[in-house]
Each structure stands twice: as structure tokens, then as C-alpha cells.
Ligand binder design. Structure first.
Ligand SMILES: N[C@@H](CCC(=O)N[C@@H](CS)C(=O)NCC(=O)O)C(=O)O
Length: 222
């Protein structure tokens, strides 16, 4: 059985958790918080979660973990078989990660944890990058009914657990409704969050979130 290290308020942890649930793979959650302590560094060189514990050892980085899960358990598929179509999904995944999730992350402490203000230069960078990132998503999306067509894929998983947070950042800090630049994205998000496995994840997150805030606030508090 897999061991999934991380915590329920982590969006990246939830991406892997959703993939495991969708594939109906048994796994055990091992509570672990990303940081530089020896316990974390022993299994994750950069001290990040999630980490997947497998019979062969540990795997870090969400996209790599998702690729491993798909390689080892191809059904139900979260990627198309055709290599070109598969590459399109990975491109969407990377564009969401690099150009939406990561710029938004610069501002999470301020927006999600009511912690210290984001330095102005970083805020300006986040704003610029988020505008371009959502514009790229608008060009890339083929919502019919899922983000990239008629199958639920890894692109939807990245979308669910990145775009909602990025929209909060865009709205709260910049007064921008970037999600509405992507036609159908709001409805898609609602529909994806209504999936039974997404509801399980949301319920677990709701329990964890106050504890998570308690943990991060002393460090990030204004
Ligand atoms: N590139 C990593 C990012 C994962 C990540 O940023 N995880 C956060 C929790 S959501 C974390 O471990 N943060 C701790 C840290 O940055 O030290 C991945 O794809 O898995």
C-alpha cells in the first residue's frame, strides 16, 4: 500500500490524493509538513510535500508522483494514450503550475493566512504573471465538459487545486476576476469540486485548515 506524506490543507498533496482516490488505490496518509527538519529532509530532499512512499522508496514532486501513479496504474486513465494528446495535457499541467500556481503562491501568506504583506515588487510580479497565466489558460482550455475535452485528466486536477487559490489572490490583492477570462472555468471548478472524491478532500481540508493556520501564523503573522 502507498503512503502519502503531507497534510490536508496542501493543494499539491490534494492533487495526488485525488489521483489515488480516482484510481481507487489504497493508501495511508502520513502527516508531514513541508519544512527543513530532519524528518522531512530524510524523505524529501527539498523538504516539500507531498511525498509518495512506494515499495521501492520515496518519490517527490507532484507531477512526477502523478506520472508514476499513471505508469503503474493506467486505469482508470487520467491521461490520454496518444502521445501527442498526452503532451497537450502535460503542457496544460505545467502552464498551470508555473504560470498560475507559482505566482499566486508568492502571495499566499498575505491572502490565505492573513500573515505578513507580500513585498511590493513580488506583488507586482505576481500580478503580471497571473494575468499572463490566465490568458494562456484561456487560450489552452477546451472545456467540453472537462478542461481539455471529454475526459477528466490530470489537467483538471491541477486546475482544481491551483485556479481557486490564484483567483482568491487575484481578487483580494488586485481586484481582478481572472477566472472569468477563461470561459466556463467557474462552472467547471464548481462541477469538479462536486465530484465525490473532491468532496472527501474538501471535508478533510476543512478539518485540517484551522490547525494549519495555527501552525503557520506565528511565522507569517504581520
Ligand atoms: N514543486 C512541488 C511543490 C510542493 C509544495 O510547494 N508543497 C508545499 C506545501 S503545499 C510545501 O511543502 N512547502 C514547504 C516549503 O516550501 O518549505 C511539488 O510539485 O510537489
Amino acid at each position: 500500500m502507498y503512503k502519502l506524506y503531507g497534510f490536508a490543507s496542501s493543494n499539491y498533496f490534494n492533487m495526488v490524493k485525488l489521483a489515488l482516490l480516482e484510481k481507487r488505490l489504497p493508501f495511508e496518509v502520513m502527516p508531514l509538513h513541508g519544512c527543513q527538519n530532519p524528518e522531512t529532509l530524510a524523505i524529501s530532499a527539498r523538504g516539500k510535500v507531498p511525498v509518495l512512499g512506494t515499495p521501492n522508496g520515496f518519490i517527490s514532486e507532484t507531477d512526477v508522483i502523478l506520472r508514476y501513479i499513471e505508469d503503474t496504474h493506467p486505469q482508470p486513465a487520467l491521461l490520454p494514450i496518444d502521445p501527442f494528446e498526452r503532451a497537450q495535457i502535460w503542457t496544460t499541467v505545467k502552464e498551470i503550475e508555473l504560470y498560475i500556481e507559482l505566482p499566486a503562491r508568492l502571495c499566499y501568506v498575505e491572502v490565505l493566512f492573513a500573515g505578513r504583506a507580500t513585498p511590493e515588487a513580488l506583488k507586482a510580479k505576481a500580478r503580471r504573471d497571473l494575468i499572463k497565466g490566465f490568458a494562456a489558460l484561456a487560450r489552452r482550455a477546451r472545456i467540453a465538459p472537462y478542461l481539455s475535452g471529454n475526459e477528466f485528466t490530470l489537467a483538471d486536477i491541477y486546475f482544481m487545486y491551483s485556479v481557486d487559490l490564484a483567483q482568491q489572490v487575484a481578487q483580494q490583492l488586485f481586484g481582478l476576476n481572472l477566472i472569468d477570462e477563461v470561459m466556463g472555468a467557474r462552472q467547471l471548478l464548481a462541477q469538479l469540486n462536486d465530484r465525490p472524491n473532491a468532496r472527501i478532500i474538501a471535508a478533510d481540508r476543512e478539518v485540517d485548515y484551522p490547525l494549519f493556520l495555527e501552525r503557520v501564523r506565528p511565522a507569517g503573522a504581520a
